[in-house]
Design a protein around this ligand. Structure first.
Ligand SMILES: *Cc1c(COP(=O)(O)O)cnc(C)c1O
Length: 380
């Protein structure tokens, strides 16, 4: 059996080595390291794949979120509603821009932001909602968009974990995740579903004005060379990463399909286990691209399971062990634990097993046997 890993970028590379190597060597030979033709090409490849008018590449997924917020002409103290149960990047950019993060609880079934809680959190200062498509499953975008429309709020989809998933609206239209809100953002961090070989990110929008604003912001606030109209940043996807991404983008659907197959096999092996809850897919089967395969341990011994897996050299992760409202940097005197029942519970129950496009059936069965063995031993 191949060595178990959370992600297996080495094996993935072996399958695409020739194409990746030659695309990268082209850039070395041509010296077009920054804003070379490969960046334009990837931008247009991704626009076509997502069926979105504008993709603006940038340096990483955190920058993408920050730049998206910077484009909305917000004032210090404006409130941005987001999930209590996400990677810190989502909330850190809000705080960094002196906006106010308003964290709300999640749904038990999907780990995604709870729309009833969004509704309750809205005040006259609320300006935007950032739903996160956590673990690869699209949030309830019909309701998010409905709430946003009624309350005149912007929507930024944090699609760092969801790229390639498709959301089916109740009005029978379907859209790629990240293209439903005013803005969508993603990360090309190597372990993401579409990863490069370093850092990278992008912002998506169908709004021409926001796209124009953002193209200036990523380039030092310049719309005309050496005329700085707004305070910007320097955030670029470099040519080497763009070239690698253009090789990998045509494989994204295949990679996501492999993840889905792995998830089905995992769930098939584990859903008889009364101590566990396997992931629930809402909406359509294409609405979850399994960035993570995350179980809930109902029997209160998640940390013992984690230790057992460590002892058996089975990699796994706890995403996330501490909800954001409890983090020193983001806690607020006004937060009430009663309002974070689900995220608090999830931080104690969740455990994510290896998930990537190169997992094979023997590996998955081995992992599941060990997990089941752990609970059998506990019962005796
Ligand atoms: C990975 C991730 C980010 C940040 O992406 P980077 O490229 O690492 O900056 C933001 N939000 C979520 C939900 C993520 O998983």
């Amino acid at each position: 059996m191949r060595k178990l890993q959370m992600v297996d970028l080495k094996t993935q590379y072996e399958f695409i080595k020739d194409e990746v190597d030659s695309s990268v060597l082209d850039i070395f030979k041509n010296g077009t390291f920054i804003n070379g033709p490969s960046v334009k090409k990837f931008q247009s490849d991704l626009e076509n794949y997502l069926n979105v008018k504008h993709v603006i590449p940038c340096a990483n997924g955190t920058d993408a979120l920050q730049i998206a917020l910077m484009s909305l002409d917000l004032q210090p103290g404006d409130e941005i509603i987001t999930s209590d149960f996400t990677f810190a990047a989502t909330v850190e950019v809000i705080a960094l821009l002196r906006l106010k993060p308003v964290l709300v609880d999640i749904e038990e079934e999907t780990f995604n932001i709870n729309c009833d809680e969004i509704q309750k959190a809205i005040t006259p200062k609320t300006k935007a909602i950032i739903p996160v498509h956590l673990f690869g499953q699209v949030a309830n975008m019909d309701r998010v968009m409905d709430i946003a429309k009624t309350n005149n709020l912007f929507v930024i989809e944090d699609n760092a974990q969801g790229i390639g998933s498709t959301y089916f609206s109740s009005n029978n239209t379907k859209h790629k995740s990240g293209t439903i809100g005013d803005l969508g953002t993603t990360s090309f961090f190597p372990s993401k579903n579409l990863g490069c070989y370093g850092d990278g990110g992008a912002i998506f929008t169908n709004n021409d004005d926001l796209a124009h604003t953002i193209r200036g912001i990523v380039n030092h606030g310049m719309y005309v060379r050496y005329h700085h109209d707004v305070v910007g940043v320097n955030s670029r996807l470099d040519s080497v990463q763009a070239a690698i991404l253009s090789v990998k983008l045509p494989l994204l659907d295949f990679y996501n399909e492999r993840r889905k197959e792995a998830s089905l096999l995992y769930s098939n092996e584990l859903n008889q286990n009364k101590n566990l809850l396997t992931p629930i897919v809402k909406n359509d089967c294409q609405s979850h691209v399994f960035h993570q395969y995350t179980l809930r341990v109902l029997s209160g011994n998640r940390d013992q399971l984690s230790k057992f897996l460590n002892d058996n050299n089975i990699p796994h992760g706890i995403y996330y062990p501490i909800p954001l409202h409890k983090q020193k940097a983001y806690t607020d005197i006004n937060y009430n634990e009663e309002n974070f029942k689900i995220s608090n519970m999830m931080s104690e129950q969740v455990i994510s097993l290896p998930m990537h496009s190169e997992l094979d059936n023997d590996q998955i069965k081995f992992i599941c046997n060990k997990v089941n063995e752990f609970f059998k031993a506990q019962e005796n």
